[in-house]
Design a binder for this molecule. Structure first.
Ligand code: RB5
Length: 151
C-alpha cells in the first residue's frame, strides 16, 4: 500500500459528519482502519438531527491545531461542513464528488480535509476518493506558490 508521507504510514485522521453524513462516516472509518490510520472521531454518533456547522468547526479546529494530519468531513452535500472547516487557519477542505477531484485536491491544492456529500455520491465513489486522497502527495513547485497565497 503506498504511503502518503515517507515514514508516516500511520496518520491520525479526524472524521466528522452531521446526521446526513453519519452512515457514510462510519463506513469510511473501516477504510481508514484497514489502512492502519488512527481515527479521531468527532461525531456525530447517530442519525439524530444535528447542525453540520458544529461538526465542521470541530474538524477544522482539530486539523488546524495539529491533532490530526487529515480530516474527512461528511454532510448531505458536503457543502456546509466544508465551509465550516475552511474557516479554520491552515485548513484546506476540498469538496470532492469523484476520484479525479480528490487526486487533484492533493496534488494541486495540498488539501488536508476531504469533504464528501453523502446524498450525492455512493459509497464506492466515496471510498475510492478517500483512498486516492490518502495516496496522493502534493506536487509542490508552482502549486506551492499558489497554495501559499491562500493564507
Ligand atoms: C442536512 O439536512 C443538510 O442540510 C446538510 O447535511 C448539508 O447538506 C448542508 O450543507
Amino acid at each position: 500500500m503506498p504511503s502518503l508521507e515517507e515514514g508516516m504510514d500511520k496518520l491520525v485522521v479526524a472524521v466528522a459528519a452531521d446526521h446526513a453524513g453519519f452512515e457514510l462516516k462510519e463506513w469510511l472509518k473501516e477504510t481508514l482502519s484497514a489502512r492502519g490510520h488512527e481515527i479521531l472521531d468527532l461525531g456525530t454518533d447517530s442519525e439524530t438531527s444535528v447542525d453540520y456547522a458544529d461538526f465542521g468547526h470541530a474538524l477544522g479546529e482539530a486539523v488546524s491545531r495539529g491533532r490530526a494530519r487529515f480530516g474527512v468531513a461528511v454532510c448531505g452535500t458536503g457543502i456546509g461542513i466544508s465551509i465550516a472547516a475552511n474557516r479554520h487557519k491552515g485548513v484546506r477542505a476540498a469538496l470532492c464528488h469523484d476520484v479525479t477531484s480528490a487526486r487533484l485536491s492533493r496534488e494541486h491544492n495540498d488539501a488536508n480535509v476531504l469533504a464528501l456529500g453523502s446524498r450525492l455520491i455512493g459509497r464506492q465513489v466515496a471510498q475510492d476518493s478517500l483512498n486516492t486522497f490518502l495516496e496522493t502527495t502534493f506536487a509542490g513547485g508552482r502549486h506551492a506558490r499558489r497554495v501559499d497565497k491562500l493564507g
